[in-house]
Write a protein that binds this ligand. Structure first.
Ligand code: 26W
Length: 744
């Protein structure tokens, strides 16, 4: 820390001196900082050598540090943005929550997931600097707490610029009550302290499913109150009480709706400084922008009015005024009743956060082309109709510092030799330069590196999971959160289909493949947990069959996290991105795998579409219904008919109920079976179109499997993917945000 102190301080002053951006996010999935920071400072190789000389393996840090203050895509994107902004000297700093416990650690017992608390701070947190001079008091209807900032330096790659991630921790106003303590009321004495600390005790482990919990609302308001108070205080220190320049000097980006109460909070604070509501409103509208990350209706946040009022009544009153203002605006447009109803911020006794965020924003953006189009056509179509100029697309990206240079030094060196420099670590667009060099010789060299990365992963998996994999096998990989819409079940069923077809002689020349899964299920998400168990049952069946020895392996890795990802991405041949068209907003794992030279076996969904536009259909394996196709079949889709008429589909589906696989105590396999064939009271049969896409998925999967036989040609496809990954750097993304939406 001492080594970076001066640059950090200078960067803080610089960010303070002109227009700047504040990124507000409830999640940051940071992973390991140590290697990343050493890499940014350009001393990683040296340090590794020094450690090795003392017999210390740098990977030791993985057991000590893997900061998971996020669930998945959204949190990792925030972390990539911090890295890219710092590297490209964009004056951006983050605000977030310092959860005591990050995302749970996953244990698999008997094929089932169990959760263990992630006490990530237990060895101390050397990258966090506590700032007792910058605390904020946060007031709820029933509680007052202190927000204490912990600053983390975000070290740009090979630059002096160091950004700040400010993580707020909730503490009691008074450590404990001595009065009560002296009266022997020990539990009472510490109860305030516990209640205060509860607010940042734990990260909610839900991804893509909304739960209207009081504590979650408290977390959100806590973050927003602390962050906004801090920003305003800082503004006043430099520019005084004249807020007319506030929006010109500050842009605030909302990472999904989770930090949306920042909008009424800013209005509240400005009103405290005697600004009229309308003036405060306009400043807020100019300051904020909102990124949407999901179109799944079950993930859209809406708070019950009564609950909201009981936690932050003063913020509720401001939202009422904002809604009145909205209706004044809507009156001037000729809209029908339905439209006006759908746009209400307060609707059916609930506060619809996406409507609030869209109304009081300069810009709204989606995270891939198709996703932005869906926002404009469906989810936010009423808003698009009256504010078309607010809508933008910003296709996601990933940082190549972590997902290439750090995790795959072998491939990095190979690319650097071809290009004659490693400038691509700062400007990924130039990897395109390898295209003219894709030939038999480089394809073979690439294949050697890939095999080396597969061998390294196989070693690790053997140590961790006890399953032996051969680096001669194809590595077919699906790693991401477990969710029905991501269709891990379809993948598992396809593996079972291959297995049965090999057994009955229908499939004869299968190229040996290791199917690797990694995924955490939200603890309360029963079906997702059932799917994990099912994958593990398929693994047991396949791996224990002696006939499959040299043909197939199935592994579900325990506790898939960033450190695991950094080992898996470089070793993949096939990247499974198989959500039904129109459901995955973007995906970013698809980009990490592409950049490490895997071909995509995927649907026409999210950023897959742009990946294919860049790298070519001929170098990837695209299958399945398109959005328009689904739109057409949706109303008379009959999966039961497919099941009845297709013996392969019937056979794999029946494995869910015929005892071939050992079901969970609560019969989740049967429940999955029924949900696909018959639906339930809350959804139609097979609402993720597993059976509709099954055969075209099988065909694409087997085509990739067969193409791999000519591994030199296959490696050329991989190289074409790497060469085409330039636009998927988060550097490109963040520069676009900076230019087109923040104007910094
Ligand atoms: C309120 C519960 C909740 C929690 C998290 C709802 C929704 C979320 C996130 C918005 C879910 C998420 O992580 N979305 C993912 O965001 C990535 C980054 O943009 C995209 O690449 C993924 O497609 C999208 O699923």
């Amino acid at each position: 820390m001492a080594a970076i102190a001066e640059n950090w301080h200078k960067s803080k002053e610089k960010h303070n001196s002109k227009r700047r951006v504040h990124y507000f996010s409830a999640e940051y999935l940071l992973g390991r900082m140590i290697t990343n920071n050493l890499n940014s400072l350009g001393i990683l190789k040296e340090v590794i050598q020094l450690l090795e000389a003392r017999g210390i393996d740098v990977n030791l840090f993985e057991a000590i540090e893997d900061i998971a203050l996020g669930n998945g895509g959204l949190g990792r994107l925030a972390a990539c943005f911090l890295d890219s902004a710092a590297t490209h000297e964009i004056p951006l700093d983050g605000h977030g929550l310092r959860y005591k416990y990050g995302l749970f650690k996953q244990q698999i017992k008997d094929g089932e997931q169990h959760e263990v608390a992630d006490d990530w701070q237990r060895f101390g947190t050397p990258w966090c600097k506590r700032r007792d001079d910058s605390t904020v008091e946060v007031t709820f209807a029933d509680q007052k707490v202190i927000a204490v900032p912990y600053d983390m330096p975000i070290i740009g790659y090979m630059t002096d610029n160091i950004s700040t991630l400010r993580l707020w921790q909730s503490e009691a106003v008074q450590e404990f009550d001595f009065q009560l303590f002296n009266n022997f009321e020990y539990e009472q004495a510490v109860s305030e302290k516990n209640k205060a600390e509860n607010i940042t005790r734990v990260l909610y482990p839900n991804e893509n499913s909304y739960e209207g919990k009081r504590l979650r609302l408290k977390q959100q308001y806590f973050l927003c109150c602390a962050g906004i108070t801090d920003i305003v205080r800082n503004f006043i220190k430099t520019y005084g009480n004249d807020f007319s320049r506030f929006a010109e000097l500050n842009a605030i980006q909302l990472n999904d709706t989770h930090p949306t109460v920042a909008i009424p909070e800013l209005i509240r604070i400005l009103q405290d400084y005697n600004l009229p509501f309308d003036v405060a409103f306009e400043i807020a509208r100019k300051t904020f922008s909102y990124t949407n990350h999901t179109i799944m209706s079950e993930a859209l946040e809406s708070w019950e009015v009564e609950l909201f009022k009981s936690v932050i009544p003063n913020i509720y009153s401001i939202i009422v005024r904002i809604n009145e203002k909205l209706n004044m605006v809507l009156e001037t447009k000729s809209l029908d009743y339905e439209q006006i109803y759908r746009m209400q911020i307060i609707q059916d006794n609930r506060i619809v956060m996406a409507n609030l965020a869209t109304f009081v924003s300069s810009y709204v953006n989606g995270v891939a082309q198709i996703h932005t189009e869906i926002l404009k056509k469906n989810v936010l179509k009423d808003w698009y109709a009256i504010y078309p100029e607010r809508f933008q697309n910003k296709t996601n990206g990933i940082t190549q510092r972590r997902f290439l240079s750090l995790c795959n030094p072998e491939l990095t060196d190979f690319i650097a030799i071809i290009l004659g420099s490693n400038d691509f670590i700062k400007d990924l667009s130039i990897v395109e330069g390898i295209k003219p060099f894709i030939n038999d010789a480089t394809a073979k060299e690439f294949a050697t590196i890939k095999k080396q990365k597969k061998a390294q992963l196989a070693d690790f998996i053997y140590k961790r999971e006890g399953v032996k994999l051969s680096s001669e096998f194809i590595f077919d990989i699906q790693v991401k959160r477990l969710h029905e819409y991501k269709r891990q079940l379809m993948n598992a069923l396809s593996i079972l289909n291959i297995y049965y077809q090999i057994k009955d002689g229908a499939l004869t020349d299968f190229t040996p493949t290791a199917f690797i899964f990694g995924a955490k299920a939200a603890p309360g998400y029963k079906r997702a947990k059932g799917i994990i168990k099912f994958i593990n049952e398929v693994a047991t069946t396949v791996n224990s069959d002696p006939l499959m020895q040299d043909l197939m392996r199935v592994v579900f890795v325990e506790n898939y996290n960033l450190s695991y990802a950094e080992r898996i991405m470089p070793a993949a041949d096939v990247s499974e991105q198989i959500s039904p068209a129109g459901t995955e907003a973007s995906g970013t794992g698809n980009m990490k795998l592409m950049l490490n030279g895997a071909v995509t076996l995927g649907t026409y969904d999210g950023a897959n579409i742009e990946i294919i536009q860049q790298a070519g259909f001929e170098n990837n394996y695209i299958f399945g219904l398109r959005v328009e196709d689904i739109e057409k079949i949706k109303h008379n889709y009959n999966p039961k008919a497919l099941y009845d008429s297709d013996s392969n589909i019937k056979r794999v589906m029946d494995s869910l109920i015929n005892g071939a696989m050992q079901d969970t105590q609560d019969h989740s396999f049967t429940e999955l079976y029924n949900s696909i064939l018959y639906g339930t009271y809350w959804h139609r049969p097979d609402h993720h179109y597993i059976l509709a896409d099954f055969n075209s998925y099988m065909e694409a999967k087997l085509k990739a499997n067969n193409d791999y036989k000519d591994w030199v040609e296959f490696s050329k496809k991989c190289l074409m993917n790497i060469a085409s990954a330039g636009m998927f750097s988060s550097d490109r993304t963040i520069i676009q945000y900076a230019k087109e939406l923040w104007h910094v």
